[in-house]
Design a protein around this ligand. Structure first.
Ligand code: GLN
Length: 305
């Protein structure tokens, strides 16, 4: 695996032309203030090795990458029933879009847009005794990092600027696709978005998706092999919102992004990857992050295709 290390260390230079071309999320001050020149990448292989470059150990706001962990936890508890309340089609629309809900009877297009994640949060509220703590424990266990915390300031700001998510939750409830109170659902959803993790934490936490649903470090089953395949499929088709086609075309890996600038990618049977740069492109995905993934798979010559 010496190659991985040298490819990784050559990446910041190889994608330097993309720095300065994107824009950090600015809908809340806590994200707008993150220094835009950060770049990190981490790789965790299914045989337990880690490779890192740049700011891979610096924590950032995971935002919508949390949707990966909430979906896998919901599938663990509710199995296929999850897909009676959330669809599996790419939306082709921005992550916070309301419009499709009206024509699809309040069934969000997929679990990775905000509407879908709000329903997933509602499902988890049914199954978890202490939802926030249980979710945090799940993430800490997967990443092997007990110091992971949520960011109170980001959490508060999500609330202050959460009108769109509140509208989605109310709208979903009008179709009876939310069972708990709007306050409970939003509180839990914003909590998930506000977790701080590093690239290394996220690469380790998503390693089970590269290993048939089993965490290779402790041999624990996180989800069944079939569910791991399904989560990977959904990442490929829906994980980067209305840029999923572009990601499939350029990167060709299952990916899940967040507006904090992180992107998790999976190479089934081999490794999980997390790249981070706060500079987002027009669709809310990290621009240097996308280019780094593309450069990595081209140089390493590995792909799912
Ligand atoms: N907290 C953000 C929101 O709910 C997460 C969106 C994202 O990362 N794409 O709008």
């Amino acid at each position: 695996m010496k190659d991985i290390d040298s490819i990784l260390h050559a990446l910041p230079e190889a994608i330097s032309h993309t720095f300065g071309k994107g824009k950090p999320a600015d809908y809340i001050p806590a994200l707008a203030e993150v220094p835009r020149d950060r770049f990190g990448m981490a790789i965790s292989t299914v045989d337990g090795q880690d490779f890192i470059v740049g700011d891979a150990k610096e924590s950032f706001s995971i935002q919508s990458i949390s949707k990966l962990f909430s979906l896998s936890q919901a599938m663990h508890y509710a199995g296929e029933k999850v897909f009676e309340r959330v669809g599996v089609e790419p939306s082709g629309n921005p992550f916070n879009s309301l419009s499709q809900l009206e024509f699809e009877n309040g069934i969000p297009r997929n679990p990775f847009i905000n509407a879908g994640a709000l329903v997933i949060s509602d499902i988890l509220l049914e199954h978890l005794k202490s939802p926030k703590q249980d979710f945090l424990d799940h993430i800490r266990r997967l990443s092997g990092n007990l110091d992971i915390q949520y960011d109170e300031r980001v959490f508060r700001s999500e609330y202050d600027h959460g009108q769109r998510n509140a509208a989605l939750a109310y709208y979903l409830k009008s179709f009876n696709n939310i069972n708990h109170s709007i306050a409970q659902v939003l509180d839990f959803y914003f909590y998930q978005c506000s977790l701080n993790m590093s690239c290394l934490d996220l690469a380790r936490a998503s390693r089970f998706l590269a290993n048939g649903g089993i965490d290779p470090v402790n041999d624990k089953k996180v989800v069944t092999p079939k569910r791991a395949r399904r989560i990977n499929s959904l990442m490929m088709t829906c994980g980067t919102y209305d840029e999923a086609g572009e990601f499939a075309f350029r990167v060709g890996l299952p990916c899940k992004s967040g507006v904090g600038g992180g992107i998790v990618a999976v190479i089934p049977g081999k490794m999980s990857i997390c790249v981070w740069s706060p500079e987002l492109g027009a669709k809310g995905n990290s621009l240097p992050g996308m280019h780094a993934l593309k450069a990595f798979i081209e140089k390493a010559g590995i792909s799912v295709f």
